[in-house]
Write a protein that binds this ligand. Structure first.
Ligand SMILES: Nc1ncnc2c1ncn2[C@@H]1O[C@H](COP(=O)(O)OP(=O)(O)OP(=O)(O)O)[C@@H](O)[C@H]1O
Length: 681
C-alpha cells in the first residue's frame, strides 16, 4: 500500500510517493467513490466510468481501467465547461482535471485519499495515447465518424463523442461562412458614413462601430464583441437599416430575426433594439422593416419537450436571411452546433457579445474561441485585403497587424463604453479586472468613485444594503402595484455571489437575506412559496415556455392565490407555483446565472477564502452586471487584498480546439470585385 498523503497535505502533493504498478479496477473505483464523496468528481462522472467498464469488460483484454479513469476525467471536464480533456495538461497537473480543492466551500478531506497523481504516476503522454488508442471504447478522429465509440481521441485531446461531433460540426459550418466575401460596392462608403455621421467619436481612435458595420456588410459571419454600453446594439441596428435599405430598394425586404440565449437577454435585446431603432436617421419604411422583438434561441429553433433535438435543423432550416444573436458568450457548443445547422447557408449571422465575460455554463466557449487574440492592439488583426476594403468602404486606414488571419477578419471589437464615462468607478474596476491589474483594482475600490463601495460581508453595512435594495419592491408589493411594475423593480437590485454552497454562496446568502427581510417585516415566512419570493428557473421547460435562468417573482392575486410572474415579451407571464418543478429562490444568484441580465444596483459578495472558481472573468462579469451602483462585499481579514489580486490574475482557460480547427483549414478571402449580387447603395 503506497503511503497516503494526509488531509493537510492535499494541495502540496508528494509526487515522490511510489505509484501502484498497475491501475486495478478496485483501486480505481475506490478512488472515484472517494472523489465523489469529497466533491472532487460528480456522481455522473463515476457512473460514466462504470458504464465504460461494463462495456469494456466484454472485450478480449478484460478492459483497461486507465481508459475508464480517462473517461471519468473527460466527463468531469465537460461538466466544468471544457469540450475535451488535454492528456498532456492532465499529465502535467493531474489534479487540475478534478474539482480540487473543493470548489463550493467544502472542507478539506478528513480521510487519506488516493490522488490522480498516484493513479497516473509512471505514465507518459505516448503511453497514455497508446493505451487509449488500443481500447475498443476509443476511436481515432480519422475513423470516429464511422464508429460509435463513447470516446474519441484526436491528437492529444480526448473527447466525449457528443462534444467531438458538436465541435467538428461547428468548425465545419463556421469554415463555410469564413470563405467568400460578399461583394460590396465602394459606393457603399457614402451611406455607411452618413449613418455614422455626427455620433460621438474620439478623434484619435478608429471608429470601431463603423468598422464593425463595414465588415458585416461583406460577410456571412460577423462577431461584434464589446463590453457593456460599447454600442453593440446601436451598431447592429445601423447595419440592419443599411441592409434593409438595400433590400427594400430591390423590392424584397430581408427576413431578419433577433435571438438571445435566455428569456431575460431576449427581453433586454428587444428593449435596446427598440430604443436604437427609434434613434435611426432613416426613412419610416426602413425603420418599420427592422424587427424589434427578440426570442430565445430555444424558441427560435423550436425546442421540443424531452429531446435535445429541435424542430429546425439542416433538413428543416430556419426561414430567414439574417440572424442576430445577442449575449453570444452564453451560447454553449451544442447550442451553437444546433443553431449553425439550422441556419440556411446563404443567411448572415451576426454574433454580439462580450468575449471577456464568463463563458456558457455548459461546455464550450465558442465566442471566446473565435475572438482569440482579437482586441489586443496590433497583435491579431485584419488581413491586407480586409484593411484595403476598410480603407475604401469603412473610412478607416488601419495599420498592419502583427498576426493577421482570416478568422480575425470576421471579428470587430468595440472598445469605447458610452455607458461608463471617465468618472465611472464600475467602468474603472471592470477595466482593471480585465487587464488583470490587481493593484489598479484595489486602488479603484479604495478611491473616490461615487458609484462603487467596498463593504464587509458580515456586518451591519451588508444588512443595510439589502434592506435599502429591497425597500422599493416590498413597498410596491404592499400597495398592490401591478406585476409589470414589480418585475421592473425586481430588476433594480440583485445580490450576486461566486459559489452555490457555503456561507458566501447562494444557499447561505438566500437564507440570510430572507432572515433580514423577515425581520424588516417585508416577508412573513422564509420557506416554501410566499409573495415576494424571487425565483430562478433551473431547467428548460419548453412546454411552459420557461428556460434555465429565467427570473420570476412570486405574487398573490386578489384572492390571495400565488402566481409566479415572468417578463415575457411586452407582457407578464403567470405560472402556478405547482407547475414549476425546477425553480430556486433567487435573493442571491451566482454570477454564472446572472449572465445576460443587468441590475441598477448590484451587491456582489466574494467568498472569504481563496477559491479557484473566483477568476478574472467571474469578477469582471459580476461587476458589469451593475448599471449604476456596485457594492462589493468582502469578508474582513488581512489576506483579503491578496486573495482579490490572485483571483484577478487567475484566468479561465477552456479546453477546446475550435479556433485551431478553423485556422487549420481556413479558406482564403475572395476579392471584392463586382458580381451581379453586389451590394450597392
Ligand atoms: N457612437 C455613439 N455615440 C453616442 N452614443 C452612443 C454611441 N454608441 C452607442 N451609444 C449610446 O450608448 C448606449 C449603449 O449603447 P448600446 O445599447 O448600443 O450598447 P451595447 O453594447 O449594446 O450595450 P449592452 O452592454 O447593454 O448590451 C446607448 O444609450 C446608445 O445610444
Amino acid at each position: 500500500m503506497p503511503p497516503q498523503p494526509r488531509a493537510s497535505d492535499q494541495f502540496s502533493l508528494d509526487l515522490a510517493a511510489p505509484a501502484p504498478p498497475v491501475l486495478q479496477r478496485e483501486g480505481l473505483f475506490a478512488a472515484l467513490a472517494l472523489w465523489v464523496e469529497l466533491g472532487w468528481l460528480r456522481q455522473l462522472d463515476r457512473h460514466f466510468a462504470r458504464f465504460l467498464a461494463a462495456h469494456d469488460a466484454d472485450s478480449a483484454t478484460g478492459g483497461d481501467p486507465l481508459v475508464w479513469l480517462a473517461g471519468a476525467l473527460v466527463s468531469h471536464q465537460a461538466g466544468r465547461g471544457h469540450v475535451c480533456l488535454s492528456l498532456a495538461r492532465t499529465l502535467a497537473a493531474p489534479h487540475s482535471a478534478l474539482s480540487l480543492p473543493p470548489l463550493d466551500g467544502g472542507e478539506p478531506p478528513a480521510t487519506p485519499v488516493t490522488l490522480p497523481e498516484q493513479l497516473l504516476a509512471g505514465l507518459d503522454l505516448a503511453g497514455w495515447r497508446e493505451r487509449l488508442a488500443a481500447s475498443p471504447l476509443v476511436a481515432s478522429a480519422e475513423v470516429a465518424a464511422a464508429s460509435a465509440t463513447p470516446l474519441v481521441l484526436e491528437g492529444d485531446q480526448l473527447y466525449l463523442r457528443r462534444y467531438w461531433q458538436a465541435e467538428c460540426g461547428v468548425a465545419a459550418r463556421l469554415r463555410q461562412r469564413l470563405g467568400g466575401s460578399l461583394p460590396v460596392s465602394d459606393a457603399m462608403a457614402a451611406p455607411l458614413a452618413a449613418l455614422f455621421a455626427g455620433h460621438a467619436q474620439a478623434a484619435d481612435a478608429p471608429d470601431w462601430q463603423r468598422i464593425a458595420c463595414a465588415l458585416a456588410l461583406r460577410q456571412r459571419l460577423t462577431i461584434i464583441s464589446g463590453g457593456p454600453g460599447t454600442g453593440k446594439t446601436t451598431t447592429v441596428t445601423r447595419l440592419l437599416a443599411l441592409l434593409q435599405q438595400q433590400a427594400l430598394a430591390t423590392g424584397a425586404a430581408l427576413r431578419i430575426r433577433l435571438a438571445a440565449p435566455t428569456g431575460k437577454a431576449a427581453a433586454r435585446l428587444s428593449e435596446s433594439i427598440a430604443g436604437a431603432v427609434a434613434k435611426l436617421p432613416v426613412a419610416e419604411g426602413v425603420r418599420a422593416a427592422i424587427p424589434q422583438e427578440a426570442q430565445t434561441l430555444h424558441r427560435l429553433l423550436g425546442a421540443r419537450p424531452d429531446t435535445r433535438h429541435f424542430r429546425h435543423d439542416a433538413e428543416t432550416p430556419l426561414s430567414l436571411d439574417l440572424l442576430v444573436v445577442d449575449e453570444a458568450s452564453m451560447v454553449d457548443l451544442e447550442m451553437m452546433a444546433a443553431l449553425l445547422a439550422a441556419l440556411p447557408p446563404q443567411a448572415r449571422l451576426i454574433l454580439l457579445g462580450d468575449k471577456d465575460q464568463l463563458a456558457s455554463v455548459e461546455a464550450g466557449s465558442v465566442l471566446g474561441d473565435l475572438c482569440v487574440g482579437a482586441g489586443v492592439d496590433r497583435e491579431v488583426g485584419y488581413t491586407e485585403a480586409t484593411r484595403a476594403y476598410l480603407a475604401r468602404v469603412g473610412g478607416e486606414s488601419l495599420p498592419p497587424a502583427a498576426i493577421a488571419n482570416p478568422l480575425a477578419d470576421h471579428v470587430a471589437m468595440l472598445r469605447r463604453s458610452f455607458r461608463f464615462h471617465a468618472d465611472s468607478g464600475i467602468g474603472a474596476l471592470a477595466r482593471a479586472a480585465n487587464a488583470g491589474d490587481g493593484d489598479a483594482f484595489l486602488r479603484c475600490l479604495g478611491g473616490e468613485y461615487a458609484d462603487i463601495e467596498r463593504i464587509g460581508s458580515e456586518g451591519a453595512a451588508f444588512e443595510r444594503r439589502v434592506v435599502e435594495g429591497y425597500r422599493a419592491l416590498f413597498a410596491a408589493l404592499a400597495r398592490g402595484a401591478p406585476a409589470a411594475e414589480l418585475l421592473a423593480l425586481q430588476g433594480r437590485f440583485q445580490v450576486l455571489c461566486a459559489l452555490r454552497r457555503g456561507e458566501w454562496g447562494v444557499e447561505g446568502l438566500n437564507a440570510r437575506i430572507a432572515q433580514i427581510l423577515r425581520q424588516q417585516g417585508f416577508i412573513t415566512r422564509t420557506d416554501g412559496w410566499y409573495a415576494g419570493r424571487p425565483v430562478m428557473v433551473t431547467h428548460n421547460d419548453p412546454q411552459l415556455g420557461l428556460y434555465n435562468g429565467d427570473l420570476g417573482l412570486t405574487l398573490a392575486d386578489a384572492d390571495g392565490r400565488l402566481r409566479v410572474c415572468f417578463v415575457q415579451g411586452d407582457g407578464v407571464r403567470q405560472v402556478l407555483p405547482s407547475r414549476l418543478d425546477a425553480a430556486a429562490t433567487a435573493f442571491a444568484m451566482t454570477v454564472h446565472k446572472s449572465q445576460g441580465s443587468e441590475f441598477e444596483h448590484v451587491l456582489f459578495v466574494l467568498p472569504a477564502r481563496a477559491n479557484p472558481i473566483v477568476t478574472r472573468e467571474l469578477i469582471y462579469t459580476g461587476i458589469t452586471r451593475a448599471r449604476s451602483r456596485l457594492s462589493l462585499a468582502l469578508a474582513g481579514g488581512p489576506g483579503q487584498s491578496r486573495t482579490l489580486r490572485e483571483a484577478i490574475a487567475r484566468r479561465v482557460v477552456r479546453e477546446s480546439a475550435i479556433a485551431e480547427r478553423l485556422l487549420r483549414h481556413a479558406p482564403a478571402h475572395h476579392g471584392d470585385e463586382g458580381t451581379p449580387e453586389m451590394l450597392r447603395p
